[in-house]
Design a protein around this ligand. Structure first.
Ligand SMILES: [Zn+2]
Ligand SMILES: [Zn+2]
Length: 681
C-alpha cells in the first residue's frame, strides 16, 4: 500500500450523536466501524480536530419556491461540505428549517383561504422535496413554527430580558380603526413615491423594486380605508450593548472572511442601532410577557434561533431512542436479577436518584452537542448583518450558553444571463423546472465550478453551462469513465484484469496521481474552495484520458491489462471524489463499478446519514482517503456499463433562453426576495 497521508477516522462510538456521560464522546476509533471490517490501515495525519460539526443553511422563507440563486449561495456549498465531511468519517449534522413567520406569509395565506399554519406547511414540504431532488441532504429539515422553536425563542427572550438587554418603547405606526388592529408595513398599501405605481406595499414597490420612504395615500390592505397613526408598545434589543464584544469576537476569529469582517467592523464603528423585535401581528412567536397580547417577535428574532432548536430536537430524539433501548435492556436485566435475588430498599432508592439525574442531564444534551461541535452557518451575502451582528449578539446576551459560530461561509448572489434574478419578472429558474429538463447534477456541477468562496456575484449563463457540461463533465470525466469501464466489459468480460508487476513511467505517474489526489482535493474543500477542488478533479480526469489515449490498450495487448487495472481504480477514485459534487451520478458510477450488490471488497460501513442509499456499500458511505488507494483487485466484476450523462443539445439551450422573462404559467406575485423583511435596520 502507498504511504498516502490521510485523515483520521472519527466516529461516534455509540452512533446517532448520543452523549451518555461527561467523557469525550468522539474518539479516534478506526477499528470500531459498525461492521468491524474497516480497511483503513494508514490513518496517520490528524488533520481535523476530534470534534463533531454542525452545519446550518440559511432558512428558506415559506412563501415561494426555491430557485437556482438560493442553491448557489447557500444550499449547494453547505451540501458539498457536509457530504465531504461524511466521507471523511467526521460526525456531522446539516440542519435547516422553513422560515414560517412574518406578514407576507399571513397575507398570502389569507388570499388563498388557508390558515397560516396550513400555508407554511405546504411550502415546508415542497421546499424539502425540491432540495431532495437536487441531492441537498439535510439530516433534519424542520420549521420555525415548531413547538420546540417557539419555546426556545421565548426562553432566549426571557434570558435577554433578565440580563438587561431588552427595553420597551412606544412606536407610532399605522392603525386601522375599522379592523381594530395595528398595520405592519405589508398591511399598508398606497402609491409608490418613486415611480407612482398604485397599490404597492409600503415596504416594497413591486413595480420599481424600491423600498418607499413613505408611501402616498396609505390605505389598509384589509378594508381599503385610510388608517390613522397610533402608538404601540414595542420591545427593543440593545444591540449597542455588544459593540465592543462583537468587535473583539470578529477580530479574534480567523476563520471569518476578512473582507466581510472589515465592513461589519465599519458598521460597528458607525454605531449600532437597537432592534425593534416586536410586531403587532397574530402570526409569529408570541412575546411571553403579561402585557404583550397580540404581539409577536419580528422574524429575524426567531428564525436563526431555529438553527439551535432544530439541532436540539434532532439530538434529543436520537438520545431518547438510545435511552429507550437502554431502559429495555435494564428491565430485562432486572427481570433476570429478580429471579435470583430481590433488591433492598436503599438499592431501589439509589436507582431512582440515578434515573432523575440522568433525566436532568438529558435536557442539556442538545446544548452540549452544540458546544462540543464546530459550528458552520452557510449564508448569502444579503444576510451578513443578521449573522455577523444580530445572531452573535443574542448569543452573547445569554452568556454564550450556546457557542458562537466558528465559520460563516458567505457567498455572493447569482445573476442570470447577466441580470438580477427576479421572480416577479419571471427572470429566474425554479428547481423543479430545471429538474424537468436536465439532470440535477448538471446544475450542481456547473454552479460548483463557477462559484468562488467569496461574496463576488456569479453569473449563470446558458452558453457557459452548455460548454461546461458538454466539455468538462461529459467529454472529460464521463468520457474517461465510460471508456475504461466499457473496455473492461467488452474485452475482459467485465472482469478487472490481472496487472503485471513491471510498471513503466506512465503507469507509475498514474498510480502516484491516485495516491496524491484525495489529500490535495480535501485540502481545498477544507478551505471552502469548492471551485478549485473541482478543477483539481478535472485535472485528474484529464490525466487519465491522456494516459488511456497514450497506452492504446486496443492496440497493445501486452500492457492492456495493467492499463485497465489502473484505469478502473482511477474511476473508483473519481466516483468517491465526485460524490460531494454530483452525488446522483456518482451513485451510478459506483453501481457500474459493480459495488452495489455486495459483490465488492470495498465495504466501508459507517453510521452516516442523510444519503439516498442505506446499503453499506453505498458510495455515500465510503472513506474519502480510500480514493487514494488501489482498492479494486484483479478479478473484480463490474456492473452493467452504460453512458452516465447525456449531452446537451443546442436546441435545449435555445429553448431555455426563450423561457426567461415570459409570464405565462408562472405565478407573478412571487416574492422578490427570500426575506422581504431583511432590510438593514
Ligand atoms: Zn415604485
Ligand atoms: Zn382596515
Amino acid at each position: 500500500m502507498p504511504d498516502t497521508p490521510s485523515e483520521v477516522t472519527i466516529r461516534s462510538s455509540s452512533g446517532g450523536g448520543r452523549q451518555n456521560n461527561k467523557n469525550v464522546h468522539y474518539k479516534n476509533n478506526k477499528n470500531n466501524n459498525n461492521n468491524g471490517n474497516s480497511n483503513n490501515d494508514n490513518n496517520s495525519n490528524n488533520k481535523i480536530k476530534s470534534k463533531s460539526t454542525v452545519v446550518t443553511s440559511a432558512l428558506p422563507y415559506a412563501n415561494g419556491e426555491i430557485h437556482i440563486g438560493h442553491i448557489t449561495s447557500t444550499y449547494l456549498p453547505a451540501d458539498i461540505f457536509t457530504r465531504f465531511c461524511r466521507l471523511t468519517g467526521r460526525k456531522i449534522y446539516h440542519v435547516c428549517a422553513s422560515d414560517d413567520f412574518g406578514t407576507p406569509v399571513l397575507i398570502r395565506a389569507e388570499q388563498e383561504n388557508k390558515t397560516p399554519a396550513e400555508y407554511v406547511d405546504l411550502w415546508n414540504k415542497r421546499d424539502y422535496e425540491d432540495f431532495k431532488l437536487f441531492g441537498i441532504s439535510f439530516d433534519f429539515f424542520y420549521k420555525t413554527s415548531s413547538k420546540e422553536n417557539v419555546e426556545f425563542v421565548q426562553y432566549v427572550f426571557k434570558r435577554l430580558y433578565e440580563n438587561g438587554h431588552i427595553y420597551e418603547q412606544g412606536v407610532v405606526q399605522f392603525y386601522c380603526q375599522y379592523d381594530d388592529k395595528f398595520l405592519p408595513d405589508r398591511y399598508v398599501i398606497g402609491k409608490c413615491p418613486n415611480c407612482g405605481a398604485e397599490n404597492q406595499y409600503s415596504d416594497l414597490c413591486e413595480k420599481c423594486g424600491k423600498v418607499p420612504d413613505q408611501i402616498l395615500d396609505p390605505k389598509c390592505a384589509i378594508c381599503g380605508r385610510p388608517p390613522v397613526k397610533k402608538s404601540s408598545k414595542h420591545y427593543f434589543f440593545k444591540l449597542s450593548n455588544f459593540s465592543k464584544q462583537l468587535k473583539e469576537w470578529l477580530n479574534g476569529n480567523a476563520n471569518l472572511q476578512s473582507d466581510i469582517k472589515n465592513y461589519v467592523i465599519n458598521w460597528i464603528d458607525e454605531g449600532l442601532e437597537d432592534w425593534d423585535i416586536t410586531r403587532d401581528l397574530s402570526w409569529g412567536v408570541p412575546i411571553p410577557m403579561p402585557d404583550a397580547k397580540g404581539k409577536v417577535f419580528y422574524g429575524w428574532f426567531d428564525n436563526h434561533l431555529c438553527y439551535i432548536s432544530t439541532l436540539n430536537t434532532l439530538i434529543q430524539e436520537q438520545h431518547e431512542k438510545v435511552q429507550d433501548k437502554e431502559r429495555q435492556n435494564q428491565k430485562q436485566q432486572q427481570r433476570q436479577n429478580q429471579n435470583s435475588s430481590s433488591k433492598s430498599e436503599t438499592e431501589t432508592e439509589t436507582d431512582k436518584a440515578a434515573e432523575r439525574q440522568q433525566q436532568n442531564y438529558d435536557i442539556d444534551v442538545g446544548k452540549k452537542y452544540w458546544n462540543n461541535s464546530e459550528i458552520y452557518h452557510f449564508i448569502g451575502k444579503d444576510i451578513v448583518y443578521h449573522h455577523y451582528l444580530f445572531l452573535p449578539a443574542m448569543r452573547m446576551g445569554i452568556n454564550e450558553e450556546y457557542k458562537l459560530p466558528d465559520y460563516i461561509p458567505t457567498r455572493g448572489h447569482l445573476m442570470l444571463q447577466n441580470q438580477k434574478i427576479s421572480k416577479s419578472r419571471n427572470w429566474y429558474i425554479g428547481l423543479r423546472d430545471f429538474a424537468s429538463d436536465f439532470n440535477p447534477d448538471y446544475l450542481r456541477f456547473y454552479i460548483a465550478s463557477i462559484a468562488p468562496y467569496s461574496q463576488t456575484d456569479v453569473n449563470f449563463d446558458w452558453d457557459v453551462f452548455f460548454e461546461k457540461i458538454n466539455n468538462e463533465l461529459i467529454a472529460n470525466i464521463g468520457n474517461f469513465i465510460n471508456r475504461a469501464l466499457y473496455f473492461v466489459q467488452k474485452t475482459f468480460d467485465s472482469r478487472v484484469p490481472k496487472t503485471s508487476s513491471d510498471y513503466d513511467l506512465d503507469d507509475r505517474s498514474s498510480i502516484s496521481e491516485i495516491e496524491n489526489i484525495a489529500d490535495e482535493v480535501s485540502g481545498l474543500i477544507y478551505k471552502n474552495e469548492f471551485d478549485r477542488a473541482l478543477k483539481r478533479i478535472l485535472k485528474f480526469a484529464t490525466h487519465f484520458n491522456q494516459y488511456f489515449q497514450k497506452k492504446q490498450p486496443w492496440n497493445n495487448q501486452a500492457t492492456a491489462n495493467t492499463t485497465l487495472f489502473i484505469a478502473v481504480n482511477a474511476v473508483r477514485s473519481l466516483a468517491i471524489m465526485l460524490e460531494p459534487f454530483i452525488p446522483m451520478s456518482s451513485e451510478k458510477v459506483w453501481s457500474q463499478l459493480g459495488f452495489d450488490n455486495n459483490n465488492n471488497d470495498d465495504n466501508n460501513n459507517g453510521d452516516n446519514s442523510g444519503s439516498g442509499s442505506s446499503s453499506s456499500s453505498s458510495i455515500h458511505k465510503q472513506q474519502w482517503t480510500s480514493a487514494s488507494e488501489i482498492k479494486i483487485q484483479p478479478g473484480h466484476v463490474l456492473g452493467k456499463v452504460e453512458p452516465i450523462f447525456r449531452k446537451i443539445q443546442t436546441k435545449d439551450i435555445q429553448l431555455q433562453k426563450t423561457k426567461l422573462g415570459k409570464q405565462e404559467g408562472k405565478q407573478q406575485q412571487q416574492q422578490e426576495q427570500k426575506h422581504p423583511e431583511q432590510k438593514k435596520q
